[in-house]
Design a protein around this ligand. Sequence first.
Ligand SMILES: *Cc1c(COP(=O)(O)O)cnc(C)c1O
Length: 363
Amino acid sequence: MGGNELDYIRNAFDANWISQYGSNIDEFENSLERYFGNNSYVTALSSGTAAIHMALRLLNVEKDDFVLCQSFTFVATANPILYQKAIPVFVDSESETWNMCPDALEEAVKYCVQQGKKPKAIIAVSLYGMPFKVDEILQISKKYDIPLIEDSAEALGSRYKDQLCGTFGDLSIISFNGNKIITTSGGGILISRNIEVKNRALFLATQAKDNEVYYSHSEIGYNYRMDNIAAGIGRGQLETLEEKIQLRRKNHDFYQETLKNHESIDLFSAPNSDFFSNYWLNTIILKNDFSKEKLKDKFLQNNIETRYLWKPMHLQPLYEQYKFFGNNLCGMLFDTGLCLPSGTNLTDESRGRISEILEDEIH
Ligand SMILES: *Cc1c(COP(=O)(O)O)cnc(C)c1O
């Protein structure tokens, strides 16, 4: 926390709106719509996962439909496909952004079409804050007329060709879970391109109550709305976003400097100036048989936490029975990668301790 979060929460208490209605929700959505710009309609929900589920519902994804999904991601990207009893088809990453590989995606589309069913949606992820190859993925989405769901849960404030992540998908999602760049404790948003879709999302997220004087329900809905307290936290957090992006990017500069002469460690960085990452997490790839377990242990002995990369979905027990397209580049990333400390509260003293360990490992 760092701004006016408590003041906004107090507003909710003063108004006695401890509920899924209230001015914090309206103001949070309005601020986000201004932030993302023209044609962005924001629905505040209880989580990023709920937002992805909502996106699939809005696209009428149903039982036995195919949904193409980036394999290299957190499980929350894929689970809503199973909530709908649809069939995930997983797609590998390419090496420049670590996100969905356009070639593997096209192969996967062709496979589905051969099975007699065009996929209902593509879910591409901006993992660790790095935008995916937007032009290439959009081109395939348009060529085959398959809607794009943009999972930018980790990429608030990131840009591709100067345009904000969250504005590329037919439907886009952002997460405000506790681990993300800004948080509402738990929360997320669905970003759509017109007001009708937003209204439909609101309807589904609040139990799909028909427009009748009594409680009438014709289709299945959810209790997915963000509450007025969480939205108050969000309003305060949003005011600190630019500062938080600067701090995350400063961490990246630090790692770039520390690792520039390191032969066994590659820091994952933007491939060119089209890609502006919020560097939510700094990640490395270890080369020359340098083991991630050993480096992780070394950090741990010094009371510093590091984490493995997301384990790809096609390698998960839950998902290994589903089709996967690509050469398992994401499996290789998982095998050799590590996430380094990247919080906005990292001090110079902490950075010093981290660089000592990394430099120790070089020699
Ligand atoms: C965090 C995250 C989600 C889910 O968001 P929640 O708000 O935690 O439900 C989805 N996709 C990715 C890539 C994430 O990192």
